[in-house]
Design a protein. Sequence first.
Length: 390
Amino acid sequence: MPKMEEGSLRQPQNTRPEWQPEGAGSEYACSVMPGIPLSQDSCNTRVLNETKAAQRKVLSADDYAEGIISGDRVMLSRAITVIESNAPKHFELGQEIIQKILPRTGGAMRIGITGVPGAGKSTFIEAFGTYLADCGHKVAVLAVDPSSSLTKGSILGDKTRMENLARQKNAFIRPSPSGGSLGGVTRKSRETMLLCEAAGYDTILVETVGVGQSETMVRQMVDYFLVIVITGAGDELQGIKKGIIELADSILVNKADGDNKMKALMARADYEQILHYLRQPTEGWQTKAYTCSSITGEGIPEMWSVIEDFRDNVSKSGILIKRRKEQTIEWVRAMAAEYLQNRIARCDELTKQREEIERRVIEGAITPTTAAKELTESMEKLLFTNADET
Ligand SMILES: Nc1nc2c(ncn2[C@@H]2O[C@H](COP(=O)(O)OP(=O)(O)OP(=O)(O)O)[C@@H](O)[C@H]2O)c(=O)[nH]1
Ligand SMILES: [Mg+2]
């Protein structure tokens, strides 16, 4: 790994992605892992040159929106960069772009893919995405990885596993905006998804690692959630949280090839058993287990058939529309709650009062309930009465 500049979040020059403007600072959340040739991100050198030329011009929200809607990949990449930026001026521009493209969104099948590290998510996406692109679909691959604040954008390392897909003209692969709060990552990922839809991508694949909270967050932004599992030694549920299985619209036992094929079929039967006892996440849809090999391609077309069935089913029943509405409302509420939390955290006066109240409750001078009441009153007074000063 190249050395980081001391005391600075800024990445070394050779880890700057080519879609990031020249001279950009730490407000950009992405970086390229060393060893990934730049040309892998764009289709070819022509696109790279166009990127550089386009970067010199300051674009308006209309320019971005028109470019995206016409299917211009460079404009799409640049708009995502705006969305991922932590700079306030980019935030406003980003929202303006989203507002303009909003009527063109919602047309894609949104698919979330999770699984423990090493389960084969990226390899599956490579095989599955290539299959879909060959069938004429336009596929966008996004990754959500809130845990990778140290490496900043770990899926870029994965692009070596998505070489075929990265070369497809019908495919667009974008690394995760990492670092920052889960809420920040959620917003960036959701808005990136909307941009991809406006650019005409009809299938969005969102990869997330099945640890922490990211799988719940991705479940909240997709229509269909696929949990990839592998056969383990002995206990097939090894390393898999029951909670994750309960989010799944399908379970896919990957690596069903060679010597492992029989074990994978047995694991599938085990999961089928378990699924009878678990809550199903989608009304009117029975979660089932399947097998596939992302290396041989066996089971990949069948997986797409299952997803098509799902889409038909939830579209007809109205569950899809209901789910998306609920997800949007939930998202707005979560963003508002996070906004409030941030304001509370930034208010020095409130921090002082909170510490004082906490000290008194620890000493037994006041009850926890009184403390909570006092703290709430302080918040209301400081945040809502003097709203402009906080
Ligand atoms: N035999 C076999 N190996 C596979 C298959 N799918 C993935 N692998 C291998 O499993 C390893 C992990 O695959 P990845 O696709 O990187 O797994 P991942 O789930 O994306 O891992 P993280 O991104 O680290 O969470 C790689 O060495 C793959 O070659 C498969 O279907 N069969
Ligand atoms: Mg991966």
